[in-house]
Write a protein that binds this ligand. Structure first.
Ligand SMILES: Cc1ncc(C[n+]2csc(CCOP(=O)(O)OP(=O)(O)O)c2C)c(N)n1
Ligand SMILES: [Mg+2]
Length: 461
């Protein structure tokens, strides 16, 4: 399988055939000065295994024999060669690989081990296809409680991921047994500094591995494959096939339960979040779609088929309200000319922080479908206020003060119209969601313009 990559602007593309000879982090003075960075991740290949498939690099002699190849347009460093010290060898700067390479490698690794995979929440990036029988997202507690080894991959808050936290007392208890060994492959340890705390609480790890997961995973998969081949004495000697079957049954049960739950709430008014997620899926499943932001309380992952890393943009790093509309526009602008259908499952509170993005979409004719998941409240806060009110013996009915976005409700379709964007809604009758989505999608796909569908849903999952 060829590994592909390219420079930042896309002018240079390359392919590397086969496995890298070594992976390394280089912090020699020459690399540091050329990169303007404290270190450079490098993978070494045989020279004839790497070919540039698009564009022509510029070559700079950084030492007597060292040659650094970079993009003449955007300056991205790509390759290093040194005919004297490393004849027949080329180093690729590994940060220029196409990142989604890590996903097939993770699928491969999970299949070799018959290991269940959980995405810690639906807030991160796309990591694993939710249609894969080893995807057990949704059964985190079960999976962790029975684990003997936990392989964590780029988990930002590993302590949180392995703990159950009481929302009132804030006390945390571990989910996995104390005997479970924890391995963590990540470069995030380099971000641990005394003056920022992006890394959350630090947790002990049995085997910390400082590496780029997109490089480490294929290497790990290859080594495991070899080890298991050497060790194999008869089919399924260590019960992997049986485990895979057991996990498949669990995976299927999770998917079935999600669909049953959506069906159970089908006729609900106010509209159930699960119904809205299912309606959007029906409307887009035959399109080449991109979900720019929002997962509708996780229903978009539970009910849709997420199979490719470029289908989901992930969550905002800082969790700041107002991120959704801008993120949607960024994605839709990038896809404006390739015909992909960008969809935002846009929460109402988040939209009201940065509504002028709608004008930007209209002004620049950016095709994007906003489906407003409008529970007419800052739902996240309301739930929290309720928990705290109960814990402290305060009146629970006060949870809505300063939090509900009603009385009067904002007419978001009218607001969209005011900004020059086609608006539908407010939709309160579930049977009218489908036709409104169809009208909006026609505008996005055929007129190449933005559209917004405001659907009033009930607060809470
Ligand atoms: C800039 C900013 N202000 C306040 C918050 C705190 N906050 C987190 S979630 C939330 C409510 C979100 O409401 P909405 O976008 O409607 O989503 P819902 O929870 O209703 O689905 C608030 C106020 C924040 N994250 N960022
Ligand atoms: Mg809301």
């Amino acid at each position: 399988m060829a590994t592909t990559g390219g420079c930042h602007c896309g002018a240079i593309r390359y392919e590397a055939e086969g496995q890298a000879l070594t992976h390394a982090l280089c912090h020699c003075t020459d690399c540091r000065r050329h990169a303007g960075a404290p270190m450079v991740g490098r993978t070494m290949y045989r020279l004839d295994a790497v070919k540039v498939t698009k564009g022509t690099t510029k070559v700079y002699a950084s030492s007597e024999h060292g040659r650094r190849h970079f993009c003449p347009d955007c300056g991205t460093g790509l390759f290093y060669t040194n005919a004297e010290i490393l004849p027949g060898i080329i180093d690729i700067q590994s940060a220029t690989y196409d990142d989604p390479d890590a996903v097939p490698a993770l699928v491969d690794l999970a299949e070799i081990l018959a290991a269940p995979v959980i995405e810690l929440d639906t807030q991160g990036r796309f990591n694993f296809p939710n249609t894969h029988p080893l995807d057990l997202t949704g059964a985190e507690s079960d999976v962790l409680a029975s684990a003997d080894v936990i392989l964590a991959l780029d988990v930002v808050d590993l302590y949180g991921a392995l703990s159950r936290v009481d929302r009132v007392t804030r006390r945390a208890e571990p989910i996995a047994p104390a005997s479970a060994k924890v391995i963590h492959i990540t470069l995030a340890d380099l971000a641990v500094r005394s003056w920022v705390a992006d890394y959350q609480r630090i947790t002990p790890v049995d085997v910390p591995i400082l590496a780029d997961t997109s490089l480490a995973l294929p290497a790990l998969a290859e080594r495991l494959r070899r080890m298991l081949r050497d060790r194999a004495s008869g089919r399924d000697a260590d019960g992997r096939d049986a485990r895979a079957e057991h996990l498949r049954a669990k995976h299927d049960a999770l998917r079935r339960a999600a669909r049953a739950s959506a069906e159970h709430s089908w006729g609900d008014v106010p509209i159930a979040p699960a119904r809205l997620a299912a309606e959007v899926w029906d409307a887009i499943k035959n399109e080449d779609w991109v979900l720019t932001y929002g997962v509708l309380d996780g229903w978009a992952r539970r009910l849709w088929d997420w199979t490719r890393p470029d289908q989901y943009l992930g969550y905002s790093g800082g969790a700041g309200l107002g991120y959704g509309p801008g993120a949607a526009l960024g994605a839709a602008l990038a896809h404006r000319d390739d015909g992909r259908l960008c969809v935002a499952l846009q929460p109402d509170g988040d939209l009201l922080y940065t509504p002028s993005a709608l004008w930007t979409a209209a002004h620049h004719k950016i095709p994007i479908l906003f489906v407003v998941c409008n529970n007419r409240t800052y739902g996240n806060d309301e739930t929290h206020q309720e928990v705290i009110a109960r814990a402290r013996g305060r009146p629970v009915e006060n949870r809505v003060i300063g939090i509900r976005l009603e009385d009067p409700p904002v007419d978001l379709a009218e607001m969209a119209n005011a900004f020059g964007v086609h608006g539908e809604g407010p939709i309160e009758d579930p049977s009218t969601i489908g036709p409104a989505l169809a009208r909006a999608i026609r505008i996005v796909k055929e007129e190449r313009l933005p559209a917004l569908v405001d659907v009033v849903i009930r607060a809470g999952a």
